[in-house]
Design a protein around this ligand. Structure first.
Ligand code: PNS
Length: 172
């Protein structure tokens, strides 16, 4: 059985992520969408929320599983017997980070393979950070995220914004 992993922070999941997951699932028998921790980021959504949104948006796709893992991607890779990791590529600026990550993972495990899928051109400017920014100001995110998870995103970011306004502080 050929298992691919699609790892990410998914804070929150966007239509770009769904497109990559859907296309990656066609390349393997089993696709594991892995909600992981990027130590450089401080997510706005909890792990449980990110898992819930990702599961809801990808429900009904029979060879896709959504799992949370705390630790190194190479360890998860070994644990599930994956034959590759898939990452979406939106632009040149994504490439540097992806190439560094692929090289580091390969250094840790010489069998580690990274597959970079160019994202759909109409989704090239959709990112989790833009979704968070637009939603936190009450803007329309309906073209950026799956409709079924939109209410949770809007509600969560509204609460967060109210808290920030009251405390007078700012999130990173
Ligand atoms: O969606 P992101 O934030 O670009 O995803 C990055 C992620 C979560 C895939 C990456 O940070 C990761 O693999 N984290 C797990 C810990 C790890 O293995 N770090 C070393 C990567 S070289």
């Amino acid at each position: 059985m050929r298992t691919l992993i699609y790892p990410g922070t998914f804070d929150p999941l966007t239509n770009g992520h769904v497109d990559i997951a859907r296309r990656a699932a066609k390349l393997c028998d089993r696709l594991i969408v892995a909600v992981l921790t990027n130590s450089a980021k401080k997510p706005a959504f909890s792990v449980e929320e990110r898992l819930q949104m990702t599961r809801e948006a990808l429900a009904g796709r029979e060879n896709i599983e959504v799992i949370h893992f705390e630790g190194l991607l190479v360890d998860f890779y070994r644990e599930v017997g994956a034959c590759g990791v898939v990452r979406g590529l939106r632009s040149e600026s994504d490439f540097r980070f992806e190439a560094e990550m692929a090289a580091a993972n390969r250094l840790l495990n010489p069998r580690f393979e990274t597959i970079l899928l160019p994202c759909r051109i109409d989704l090239a400017f959709t990112s989790s950070s833009i979704v968070r920014e637009v939603a936190s100001y009450g803007g329309d995110i309906s073209g950026m995220v799956p409709l079924e998870i939109m209410p949770l995103i809007i509600e969560r970011l509204k609460i967060k914004r109210n808290q920030t306004t009251k405390s007078g502080g700012q999130d990173d």
